[in-house]
Design a protein around this ligand. Structure first.
Ligand code: ZN
Length: 263
């Protein structure tokens, strides 16, 4: 029994060596050195998040006419997970009718997750939270498109559909858990409408987590969504802090590589 426990302890430690997180010992500054396949986190020149500002080359602010966003309403049987890096809605199996179409490609909604506080900045301003709606196109090659929104805590009107999701964050369990929680039905209509009626920042960036893969199309709403303070406190308590620091502007030398090259 003791031997088994020792083996498990060693295996557990070995597993954690390649794991990443948001702490001093495994956080964003160290991701590229935790695993050799995550080198793009240190060398990539199109990394995310960034400070969104259309005065910067590679960042465009425009209306949403060219983006066709259509989600099933409601989505049904949507699992809500706590991955220990974020709380995440896995909508992959139910997303056949939930698509983002632009640039001749059709992207299918796969998952939705949250960051506390925000990762992107809008003209230098951070927010309380951020939500990422991850879409994937399978043709001609697998490509990701992420719709992002800043989320601000509001003492007044807030987005009821966002409140519904995040007020259940305590019920989100690790993937595969028997105690997993699913939303029987889930409406995202008001979030879709918010996207359509506001300007959007567009740029080519990356995943904000390892492996920091690039060629991710980012569409980031210029206007934050609003969340009720009660739902925010629940989500913040479950999520903890899970943001990557601001990256160099598109096409510019990676900020980590730049920092390491200076004396
Ligand atoms: Zn994210």
């Amino acid at each position: 029994m003791h031997l088994s426990q020792s083996v498990l302890t060693v295996l557990g430690t070995a597993t954690q060596v390649s794991e990443w997180g948001y702490n001093a010992h495994d956080g964003p500054l160290l991701w590229s050195s935790l695993n050799t396949i995550w080198g793009t986190c240190r060398t990539g020149r199109h990394q995310s998040p960034i400070n969104l500002d259309n005065r910067v080359d590679g960042v465009v602010l425009g209306d949403t006419n060219e983006y066709h966003l259509q989600y099933a309403s409601p989505l049904v049987d949507v699992p809500f997970y706590n991955t220990h890096h974020t709380v995440k809605l896995d909508v992959e199996t139910n997303s056949k009718d939930s698509t983002l179409t632009f640039g001749g490609a059709i992207y299918t909604l796969e998952s939705i997750h949250f960051h506390v506080p925000s990762e992107h900045q809008i003209r230098g301003e951070s927010s309380s939270m951020e939500v990422h709606l991850v879409h994937k196109s399978r043709t001609p090659t697998p490509t990701l498109a992420v719709i992002g929104f800043a989320i601000e805590v509001s003492a007044g009107t807030s987005n009821a559909q966002l409140n519904t999701i995040l007020s259940r964050a305590r019920d989100a369990q690790p993937p595969g858990s028997n105690a997993g929680f699913s939303f029987p039905i889930l409406y995202l209509d008001t979030i879709v409408q918010h996207f359509k009626r506001n300007l959007v920042y567009r740029y080519s960036g990356s995943l904000t987590t390892p492996p920091c893969e690039e060629n991710v199309e980012w569409l980031f709403s210029a206007e934050p969504l609003a969340i009720d303070i009660g739902a925010f406190k629940i989500a913040k308590n479950v999520s903890g802090s899970n943001l990557r620091y601001i990256q160099s502007n598109p096409g510019v030398k990676n900020v980590l590589q730049e920092a390491c090259s200076r004396k």
